[in-house]
Write a protein that binds this ligand. Structure first.
Ligand code: S3P
Length: 429
């Protein structure tokens, strides 16, 4: 699908971002091994979460799709999964593959999990290593670290493991395996990453202690969740950035999750001088939530590195776009993980912003952007990556002239209503 986006003279609106993708994956997986019926409201309709749901169904889990984005999952407890007849397909979703690998590591049967061509290129050694140390058996393609993965699980023992790279997916994979392991599992993270799994486990009655980058977890039964899933800040980010860089704009993103492991976009925008206001803070589904407003701002360049990166890793393409409209230079470092996402997001961001007239240079582990304050329309491509598609669309709403986004449908990987939302602000083809 190719979408043409034209610059619009003014942009404003209220957005209800879709249910959080990270929380939806976790809530579905944990509910599958919980006891009794879980009700998950505002469950993400993203293609990635649909992949997780389909894989869980292949493992024998009874999942009902109820109207209004509600899911009912009839968990049969920790021994309720069955060996899948078919190869599990995580499609484009790294979260699905990595988190399910942790779940499957705990099962006394054989599973094979694969994904699309992008996912089959992504590194899996980061989960294979700790899960093998716990006692699971893996076979993988290539140098032993690429999907498809064949997993024979069961008979796990707890480990003490220090994550070499902050990764909430890897941390979650180990926690899921720990629910089936003998003894305690201890995980240390170099930088605290999003703690959705820890929060959900806590509310399901798991024997978990977590805080300050240290997690201790033991096997145990989980009770069913009754959960309202907050809006996804990574989806809201498109509108927050659009609001800040467009000269006549105002957006409010209602019910947006503000888990401290995700709010790097807010603090960076504040530091850049964006008019951003966080209102009406509350707790929804055990997670902090707020309404976030942005409006046309005069931005300055910023330096981002080190411990700040994990809390804004998915928003870096949008931050780079904002940096094109900022005075001065923006330097983003220590973000080498971006090279292992759905595409190499460092090079894809640089390539697409350059087409739009941005002054962007690649670093091994990041980007340098010299703000120019004026981009022009261009022929852009998503590189098969939802976050790049959305960055190009937001650029198109602001850049002079018209922008084409090729392979635009991939936005649905995380934000199914994204293009409808864009169409609300203009008539695009
Ligand atoms: C995610 C963690 C991050 C993030 C991804 C979702 C999660 O990945 O980039 O989009 O839900 O745990 P890593 O764990 O690879 O850092």
């Amino acid at each position: 699908m190719k979408v043409t986006v034209r610059a619009v003279p003014a942009l404003s609106g209220e957005i209800r971002p879709p249910g959080d993708k990270s929380i939806s994956h976790r809530a579905a997986i944990l509910s599958s091994i919980g006891r009794g019926q879980a009700r998950l409201r505002n469950f993400s309709e993203a293609a990635d979460c649909a992949a997780t749901v389909e894989c869980l169904r292949c493992l024998g889990v009874d999942i009902e799709q109820i109207e209004n984005g509600e899911l009912a999952i009839n968990g049969a407890g920790r021994e309720g999964l069955r060996e899948p007849e078919e190869t599990l397909d995580a499609r484009n979703s790294g979260s699905t593959m990595r988190m399910l690998a942790g779940l499957l590591a705990g099962q006394p049967f054989l599973s094979i999990i694969t994904g699309d061509s992008s996912l089959r290129m992504r590194p899996m050694e980061r989960i294979i290593r700790p899960l093998s140390l716990m006692g699971a058996h893996f076979l993988a393609r290539g140098d032993g670290s690429r999907a498809p993965l064949a997993i024979r699980g069961g008979s796990l023992k707890g480990i003490s493991y220090e994550l070499p790279v902050a990764s909430a997916q890897v941390k979650t994979a180990i926690m899921l395996a720990a629910l089936f392991a003998e003894g305690e599992t201890i995980i240390r993270e170099p930088v605290a990453s999003r703690d959705h799994t820890e929060r959900l486990l806590g509310s399901m009655g798991a024997r978990i202690k977590a805080g300050r980058g240290l997690i201790r977890l033991e096997a145990g039964n989980l009770s069913a969740l009754d959960l309202e899933i907050p809006g996804d800040i990574s989806s809201a980010a498109a509108w927050l950035v659009a609001g800040a860089i467009h000269p006549q704009a105002r957006f409010r993103a209602i019910g947006t999750g503000i888990n401290p492991g995700r709010t790097g976009i807010i603090s960076v925008m504040e530091e850049m001088g964006a008019r951003i206001v966080v209102r009406n803070e509350r707790v929804v589904g055990g997670e902090p939530v707020a309404d976030i407003e942005t409006s046309s701002s005069s931005l300055e360049g910023v330096e981002i590195s080190g411990d700040r990166v994990p809390a804004l890793i998915d928003e870096i393409p949008l931050i780079a776009l904002a940096a094109c409209y900022a005075r001065g230079r923006t330097v983003i470092k220590d973000a080498q993980e971006l090279r292992f996402k759905e595409t190499d997001r460092i090079s894809a961001t640089a390539e697409e912003l350059t087409k739009l007239g941005g002054d962007v240079a690649e670093l091994r582990d990041g980007l340098i952007i010299n703000g120019t304050t004026k981009l022009h329309g261009a022929f852009c491509d998503s590189h098969g990556d939802h976050r790049i598609a959305m960055m190009a669309a937001v650029a198109g709403l602001v850049a002079e002239g018209q922008t084409e986004v090729n392979n635009a449908e991939v936005a649905g990987i995380s934000y199914p209503g994204f293009w409808d939302e864009v169409r609300r602000y203009q008539l695009c083809d």
